[in-house]
Design a protein around this ligand. Structure first.
Ligand code: NAI
Length: 329
């Protein structure tokens, strides 16, 4: 039998945590032949709630679940970690300035990055879900100089899945008929969902849509503002769909993306497509042998260039702001 994989989930008592932990324990994160040991990190006030969730995990009698441990100390929670899901973050509260938001999150993701640097297993993979996800990932990565930078990722898979679903509905096809869609840039309202390279049953998605106005005025804003629309409708932010996207992200990272398709992941830029090196920005990627590779050689038209550049500019501003706060060098 395989040895259990250590999966640390931060913010485990939150709403995404509640939608995520049971799916991890059932084998959906890594595959049905891989046992997992869950390590939950929470702040002291939420430990009791995390214990309640752990009781429910026990009550599921998941055959693959090798154990659940609960911590309020990142050093302990990340000791020996193989997969780190950084979900817990400081939300923006009413009247909070962006600077305060970045600073509060720097206080979380800096120490967590350092703890991962010092304690994680050699094969550690990190997914940041907590917002602002790209810049939180940048901060964590900057505190982990001994770990290859491309092990730090931020989640744009929910945006990717939202875009797939919107496009499938427009064309009246199944989501599985669509390949090679891309989310570029920041997981924010400036993100750019790109269908210029997408294929629908092997033919060009843009040609199938044949409606630039829909693309510009409906598709892109619907995907980019979907998070706000969910809050408006549900009275709470996306949780099950965010958990689902986190599962998809890690599953593909470990098991590979299907031949003839790609997905979207925010990871430290290597300079591809003119995105400044080091910025954690979303790209089209494939997963091969357990690593993400940015898809190269795509032609970027003017419509796309403008939108990618605008989102990347926002990421640069966030990086400047956290530098000015002394959160990264
Ligand atoms: P929530 O507020 O229900 O849960 C967050 C949990 O994190 C709380 O239990 C809190 O105690 C915990 N936490 C706070 N600071 C912590 C720390 N230093 N260490 C460990 N735990 C800590 O929030 P929810 O709905 O679960 O969302 C979590 C994050 O995910 C938010 O930042 C949200 O904006 C983000 N998000 C990102 C998405 C994406 O696509 N990248 C999609 C949806 C949400």
């Amino acid at each position: 039998a395989k040895a259990p994989v250590n999966v640390t989930v931060t913010g485990a008592a939150g709403q995404i945590g509640y939608a995520l932990l049971f799916r991890i324990a059932s084998g959906q994160l890594l595959g049905a032949d891989t046992p997992v040991r869950l390590r939950l990190l929470e702040i002291p006030q939420a430990i009791k709630a995390a214990e309640g969730t752990a009781m429910e995990l026990d009550d599921c009698a998941f055959p693959l679940l090798a154990g659940v441990d609960i911590y309020d100390d990142p050093r302990k929670a990340f000791d020996g970690v193989n997969v780190a899901l950084l979900v817990g973050a400081r939300p923006r509260t009413k009247g909070m300035e962006r600077r305060d938001l970045l600073e509060a999150n720097g206080g979380i993701f800096g120490p967590q990055g350092a703890a991962i640097n010092d304690g994680a297993a050699d094969d550690v993979r990190v997914l940041v879900v907590g917002n602002p996800a790209n810049t939180n990932a940048l901060i964590a990565q900057a505190h982990a100089p001994d770990i290859p930078a491309d092990r730090f990722t931020a989640m744009t898979r929910l945006d990717h899945n939202r875009a797939l679903s919107q496009l499938a509905a427009k064309l009246n096809v199944s989501v599985s008929d669509i390949k090679k869609l891309t989310i570029w840039g920041n997981h924010s309202a400036t993100q750019y969902p790109d269908i210029f390279h997408a294929e629908v049953n092997g033919r060009s998605a843009v040609e199938a849509v044949n409606d630039e106005e829909w693309l510009r005025d409906t598709f892109i804003p619907t995907v980019a503002k979907r998070g706000a629309a969910i809050i408006e409708a549900r009275g709470a932010s996306s949780a099950a769909s965010a958990a689902n996207a986190a599962i998809d992200h890690v599953y593909d990272w470990v098991n590979g993306t299907p031949e003839g398709d790609w997905t979207s992941v925010a990871l430290p830029s290597d300079g591809s497509y003119g995105v400044p090196e080091g910025l954690v920005s979303s790209f089209p990627v494939v997963s091969r042998n357990g690593s993400w590779e940015i898809v190269q050689g795509l032609e970027i038209n003017e419509f796309s260039r403008e939108r990618i550049d605008a989102s990347v500019r926002e990421l640069e501003e966030e990086r400047e702001a956290v530098r000015a706060l002394g959160l990264i060098k």
